[in-house]
Design a protein around this ligand. Structure first.
Ligand code: ADP
Ligand code: MG
Length: 339
């Protein structure tokens, strides 16, 4: 996996300040994992070094299950053989597939792991990126549907019902990894920590007695457009078109695929931030809402009080769940509408 640094949130500066205030040892460590930068902060005044190792080991373990470049990973086995025969995978893989399916159903297929059938066509990491032809996209589009993935909970096996259908965990694995890393730290007695897998953050406890403070970056600039508090057990994820993209002939091509078209989603949104207690859901729904656009996302948000969101349109209008009003602060010049 390529190493990339994502900057959707500005926690680095905040946690760096903490590192200075703590003389004994670093309280934040970042490592390249899951194709991005994973950053862990432990705010407890304890011997942190072995705890960091355990938390990063946990993320490495998750990476090895969902890494398509690893020949032995569950994902490689599924994509290589599950069309021909049922492939038995780990319990964790089954669990995530079932959660992903549920989100796919609830978002009318906007979240869909079979986006990966297209992955080879949209190779955004290439310097000489050229968008694929319409014909090529149409040819692969027939393989995109979460309904082509059959998960059998009892036998812990997966089948792909169409040859050519492939799955990818990129829209959900970082949320899962942040959840598991926090779990591992808590199991070792850590009370206060933050795990950020790029734009997917999960926290426990407080930052030296205060809620964790995170800044959301401007999707079209370098400044911070909002700051918000995170309390014990909170999670947040951002999906946007401004970290992984290529411009070709003046047009932006990014990494979130609309499963209905096979093209990078053009929903009118440029940034979607989702808040909930469950980082797996924030990760999956931020991707889904980005695909769905404001109106369809609002329909779901109004029915699901356990999730809240900040939706930013391409003309920088900001739509915010009313439940966030007390914990989020926006840059003065922005036009904010609460729903
Ligand atoms: P990021 O990876 O930047 O944090 P997201 O959480 O939105 O952003 O995930 C985007 C990733 O999700 C893509 O790089 C790809 O791996 C995967 N993906 C792309 N389109 C979809 C989709 N429609 N449904 C599910 N996953 C997707
Ligand atoms: Mg996501």
């Amino acid at each position: 996996m390529n190493m990339r640094f994502y900057n959707k949130f500005l926690i680095i500066a905040i946690v760096a300040l903490m590192a200075f205030s703590c003389k004994k040892e670093e309280s934040t460590i970042s490592r390249p994992l899951l194709g991005t930068a994973v950053s862990i902060t432990i705010a407890d005044d304890i011997d942190r070094a072995p705890l960091f190792e355990l938390a990063f080991k946990e993320i490495e373990r998750i990476q090895s299950i969902f890494n398509p470049s690893d020949a032995d990973s569950d994902i490689t086995k599924i994509n290589s053989y599950a069309f021909k025969r049922p492939v038995i995978v780990s319990d964790e893989c089954i669990d995530i597939l079932l959660i992903a399916r549920d989100v796919s159903e609830k978002t009318d297929g906007a979240f869909d792991m079979t986006f990966a059938s297209m992955a080879g066509l949209w190779n955004l990491s290439r310097d000489d990126f050229i968008p694929p032809s319409k014909e090529k996209v149409a040819e692969i589009l027939q393989f995109l549907s979460y309904k082509n993935v059959f998960v059998d909970k009892q036998s812990k096996s997966v089948r792909l019902l169409k040859e050519g259908t492939k799955i990818g965990f990129g829209g959900i694995v970082k949320g899962y990894a942040s959840k598991k890393a926090v779990e591992v730290l808590k199991s070792k007695g850590v009370k206060n920590c933050l795990v950020a897998c790029a734009g997917d953050i999960h926290v426990a406890g407080t930052n030296n007695g205060k809620p964790w403070l995170v800044g959301l970056k401007d999707p079209r600039g370098d400044s911070v457009i909002a700051t918000f508090y995170m309390e014990d057990g909170d999670s947040v994820s951002t999906s946007g078109d401004y970290e992984r993209y290529k411009i070709y002939n003046g047009k932006r091509y990014h990494h979130i695929i609309d499963p209905r078209t096979g093209y990078p989603a053009e929903s009118g949104l440029v940034s979607v931030t989702v808040f909930s207690k469950d980082p797996i859901l924030t990760d999956a729904y931020s991707t889904a809402f980005f695909v769905m656009g404001r109106e369809r996302a609002l329909t779901i948000l109004k029915r699901a009080p356990e999730i809240a969101a900040v939706l930013i349109t391409s003309d920088m209008k900001v739509y915010v769940s009313g439940s966030l009003r007390d914990r989020i602060h926006f840059r003065e010049d922005l036009k904010i509408e609460y729903f």
